[in-house]
Design a protein around this ligand. Sequence first.
Ligand SMILES: Cc1cc2nc3c(=O)[nH]c(=O)nc-3n(C[C@H](O)[C@H](O)[C@H](O)COP(=O)(O)OP(=O)(O)OC[C@H]3O[C@@H](n4cnc5c(N)ncnc54)[C@H](O)[C@@H]3O)c2cc1C
Ligand SMILES: *[C@@H]1O[C@H](CO)[C@@H](O)[C@H](O)[C@H]1NC(C)=O
Ligand SMILES: *[C@@H]1O[C@H](CO)[C@@H](O)[C@H](O)[C@H]1NC(C)=O
Length: 641
Amino acid sequence: MSFLSTFLTRERLVQPQNTKLVTVTLGVAGGLWVAWGLIRRTIHTLHPAFLPGEPNPVLLATPFENITSRHEDDDLAHVEEYDVVIVGGGTAGCVLASRLSENPNLRVLLIEAGKSDLTLLHSRIPATCTELIHSAVDYGLKTVPETNMHNREMSWPRGKLLGGCSSINALIYHRCSSSDYNEWGLQGWAWKDLEPYFRKAENFMPSPAWPVDWSRHGKGGPWQIRYPSFTSPLLPAFITGCNGIGVSTVPDINHGQAGMVGVTRLQTFTDSESRRSSAATAYLTEDVCRRKNLKISVGMTVTRIITQSTADGKRVAKGVELASGPHTPIRYRVKASKDVIISCGAVHTPHLLKVSGIGPRDELTRHRIKVIKDLPGVGANLQDHLLIPMTVNTAKGTSINYVSKPLFGLKLLAEWLLCGTGLLGANCVEGAVWMRSHDDPEVVDKIEDLTSAAREPDMEIISIPGWFKDMGKTSATDRNVDQWTLGQIPLRPSSMGKITLADSSPFSPPVIHANYFSSESDRQISIWAFKKSCDIVKASGVFKSWELPKRADELNDDEILEFLKESANTCYHPSGTAKIGAESDSGVVDTNLSVYGVQNLRVCDVSVMPRILSGHTCAPIIAMAEKFANMLKGEYGSVEV
Ligand SMILES: Cc1cc2nc3c(=O)[nH]c(=O)nc-3n(C[C@H](O)[C@H](O)[C@H](O)COP(=O)(O)OP(=O)(O)OC[C@H]3O[C@@H](n4cnc5c(N)ncnc54)[C@H](O)[C@@H]3O)c2cc1C
Ligand SMILES: *[C@@H]1O[C@H](CO)[C@@H](O)[C@H](O)[C@H]1NC(C)=O
Ligand SMILES: *[C@@H]1O[C@H](CO)[C@@H](O)[C@H](O)[C@H]1NC(C)=O
């Protein structure tokens, strides 16, 4: 009360005239500031290289002088030349740029459509990653109405910033089953080929509270992997529940041996101060950015791959065309003497290939795109994981629902900033269990065995110690109630979708047909996992009542399926849309990641995986990019392991 009265008294002391003057001055200054911001943005959009000394959007990149020209024109004379041009500064792109530019004689350009991730607090704080979904750094894509999911247009978050999805994702470090890679049957991409690169990427920091076998992890790599310092009482409850239904505890699921089943605590990519270690923060450090032979261009979207015909009738990728946005008529060009590498992710890689004339002939012709190479596999073979949550009410003091109370949030922020500890440093997916439906005699005849080997899983269930619905975009109905969410992730779906074009514009959102739940087996395994989740909860010792859905353990299979269709979302792992494989088998690239029919054009990102993995895709693509960088160094004549 006394604070309030002081405030009121002070207010009255201000002379009315002065108030007016101050208001007018502030108003004019504010208006000018806003106007200048608008003018600057307009100039940037039209001509990013125009204002010298501006930090963005062409961060660290040379202005591409005298390379503006007309759209259809493929003239590359007088265009700035690099040896390698990497399109997409996402998860794979950052690794490639960093590793390739280790050779000082190789001129590398990395082009990213989004901006830097460094100033983005929600990206740095692990626990707030869901804030980035539907934000300015998310492409904000949606699927078409999914016929088996109540015709919902489902959100598909994709990171649009340096580090790509690794800068907005849930930070779960998982290498997936060794047999997943062996199942691909590809020369050079088996588990034994990739395992050294998982280690090379990694700097593993062990936790005294959860001892694991160090020797299986990497030390001294750029990517920081550790256990978060915070855990809730629901982690031990989850482990008890899983043990209670006969699943044993595995200290470290990233063990790389055959038989990746069991319940475990999850490792995350966070550094010693509990900040996110994204592909950008790990691989594009200040030292790397200072390299004279590496240029990083942000805020620039590649609109087309430029190819030319050689004398003997072959097609060769010669460079790319880029623009700062859809509204500027100005296009920039850049030349690549060795390779153009596409690392735009599973949605945008097929999109860019298609708008550049590389894809299924019918579709390209329909959109009046000149066919450079008829390649039916581009955009096909789309596979994704679902994440289907169920929520229960638990014993008092077990969950973290209280964090959304505003004052508590401030305390946590202070703790994270000052000490690098506490709940904000944790990704809030504490534990996970990997299971095999085929060990359950009751369902073997209903569910296809699509596991990558005997003893490998087809289901994962993650433990989130609070309310979690709609990808974390809705908050708890009651913050004072303790809640717990188990999210099932069917790992080996047989449903497949595709990425197609809306039109020929590189800026139009690609059309996503996820085609979830299109097979009976995919539906049956989710019903099975729903029942398993109920069993885990009941065996956990903290269960109080069902919340979402109510009466969960009394529902029949049809009712369960209805619930699953309503509450499922993507688990953000789209893969396979430019797969490694024979051209006759809808392959897009060969085992050297070279695009069929277009020389000097490579693809390296999640889209090259021919079959979706039994887990999370970030660590696998980092290892694959590490391996590919080394392959390229060999091709360019400077091998180093
Ligand atoms: C919300 C979310 C949570 C996830 N959680 C996890 C997790 O906990 N653990 C895990 O292992 N995996 C997780 N994943 C999946 C994982 O992050 C991705 O599979 C992986 O990062 C994809 O890497 P990428 O290199 O293929 O593509 P991306 O990282 O998406 O990179 C593509 C980049 O290309 C850029 N780009 C696209 N088109 C153009 C263009 N035309 N010109 C210039 N640049 C362009 C994009 O802006 C982007 O930066 C999650 C993903 C999301 C979205
Ligand atoms: C374009 O730039 C190159 C050097 O980057 C220069 O040699 C050339 O003369 C320039 N061309 C024109 C038309 O200005
Ligand atoms: C991949 O590249 C290597 C080395 O350049 C070459 O020996 C091999 O034949 C290539 N493989 C394919 C499938 O083209």
